[in-house]
Design a protein around this ligand. Structure first.
Ligand code: NDP
Ligand code: GDR
Length: 378
């Protein structure tokens, strides 16, 4: 459809600077795509996750092109779509933090719900008939439990401004498919993580926090509802599936999950174990604390038996919680042959290793008199 410097297809990714956007861009470049990404203007650099695949735009090897833009800006999105003429659009951009959506509900609706409409309408308005559209839908749509495990037919019951905005995005994607015959589909993805996960999502907060504690950079990890249950996969596995969904003959919506569920408490315990720390939980509710029992390699770790390194802080409880998510990926497995390759435990080990590497570097610098501010925003 479109000519480009690689001779392959052209993809446009919103949210290219985020966790999934960065893995998807890598994946598509490897497949020979010319990848265009929309990045937001920020007062400081926000391309850390894609710097390694970004080359000077004049270079032959430049397969990633960045455009300034925002999902709240219709004319900007329309112009980028017109310039790029993509074969595939992946709408990954979003205000993606559930807790933050309670603080900024209107902004979340504008970007996550109306932003999706803006893209779909621009594709339709420009007559990009061959453009295929992927919408980053979410297991948060299931919210208050209606059925376990959750599958494509499970009724939705969103529990946050984020989830309600994503519900609109889900249905407007279905609507443009049915009304205009567009190739548009939803990936209903369950939680997926990686070393590139944003620092304030629960898994990364845990791996980074405990790694810092092990190196004496922080003293305690403050958590919300640690009994929450999630179906965690690896982002690398999930972006592969996003691409597979757009390669089918007819567009269809799929649930993407591992089919296994663990608690936040378990994820904390695994992460501690990766650091050689045996952690026991004591107390109940807000008094619940994680106490260190033994430390495998005391010389490599600042914590000692008896230390309290995890505490509960009600500040992190949500006005309405999604207690339990467990997906049934049977449809994706049977129709697309997709199987997740990385287990939650392997992913946890990878995340801890990455955060420990950084923590050790910071600890070394600190030991040599350099002041390393550790961000406590979480
Ligand atoms: P991230 O939060 O890591 O990335 C979000 C991306 O969206 C970032 O590139 C961000 O830019 C960009 N963005 C935010 N606001 C705007 C805006 N107004 N205009 C344009 N871009 C914007 O999310 P993930 O990579 O984890 O998730 C990707 C998508 O998948 C999101 O839509 C998320 O809601 C959805 N999802 C994620 C799941 C998960 O477990 N990770 C599960 C199910 C769905 P910047 O870098 O400048 O902040
Ligand atoms: P979630 O992910 O809300 O499922 O949304 P998050 O990692 O933020 O929370 C998972 C669960 O952990 C509980 N929790 C805490 N969460 C955070 N962030 N910080 C804490 O201190 C804490 N303590 C306990 C939460 O209450 C929750 O139950 C993610 C996002 O990526 C969405 O964009 C995506 O749509 C869904 O996953 C699927």
């Amino acid at each position: 459809m479109t000519s480009n410097t690689t001779g392959g297809k052209v993809a446009l990714i919103t949210g290219v600077t985020g966790q999934d956007g960065s893995y998807l861009a890598e994946f598509l470049i490897e497949k020979g795509y010319e990848v265009h990404g929309i990045k937001r203007r920020a007062s400081s650099f926000n391309t850390q996750r894609i710097d390694h695949i970004y080359a000077d735009p004049h270079a032959e090897s430049a397969h990633l092109k960045l455009h300034y833009g925002d999902l709240s800006d219709t004319s900007n999105l329309t112009r980028i779509l017109q310039d790029v003429q993509p074969d595939e659009v992946y709408n990954l951009g979003a205000q993606s933090h559930v807790a933050v959506s309670f603080e900024a509900p209107e902004y979340t609706a504008d970007v996550d719900a109306v932003g999706t409409l803006r893209l779909l309408e621009a594709i339709r308005f420009l007559g990009l008939e061959k453009t295929r559209f992927y919408q980053a839908s979410t297991s948060e749509l299931y919210g208050l439990v209606q059925e376990i495990p959750q599958r494509e037919t499970t009724p939705f019951y969103p529990r946050s401004p984020y989830a309600v905005a994503k519900l609109y995005a889900y249905w407007i994607t279905v609507n443009y498919r049915e009304a205009y015959g567009m190739y548009a589909c939803n990936g209903v993805l369950f939680n997926h993580e990686s070393p590139r996960r944003g620092e304030t999502f629960v898994t990364r907060k845990i791996t980074r926090g405990l790694a810092n504690i092990s190196q004496g950079l922080e003293e305690c990890l403050f958590m919300g509802n640690i009994d929450s249950l999630r179906d965690w996969g690896h982002a690398r596995d999930y972006v592969r599936m996003q691409w597979m969904m757009l390669q089918q003959e007819t567009p269809e919506d799929f649930v993407i999950a591992t089919g296994r569920q663990y608690s936040v408490r378990e994820f904390i315990t695994w992460s501690a174990a990766e650091l050689g720390i045996c952690l026991r939980f004591a107390g109940e509710g807000v008094d619940e604390v994680g106490i260190v029992e033994t430390v495998r390699e005391p010389r490599e770790c600042s914590v000692r038996p008896g230390d309290v390194i995890v505490r509960i802080d009600p500040r992190y409880f949500r006005p309405a919680e999604v207690e339990t998510l467990l997906g049934d990926p049977t449809n994706a497995k049977e129709k697309l042959g997709w199987v997740p390759e990385i287990s939650a435990q392997q992913m946890c080990a990878e995340m801890v290793a990455a955060d420990l590497k950084v923590a050790k570097r910071h600890a070394l610098l600190k030991a040599h008199g350099y002041d390393i501010p550790v961000s406590v925003e979480n």
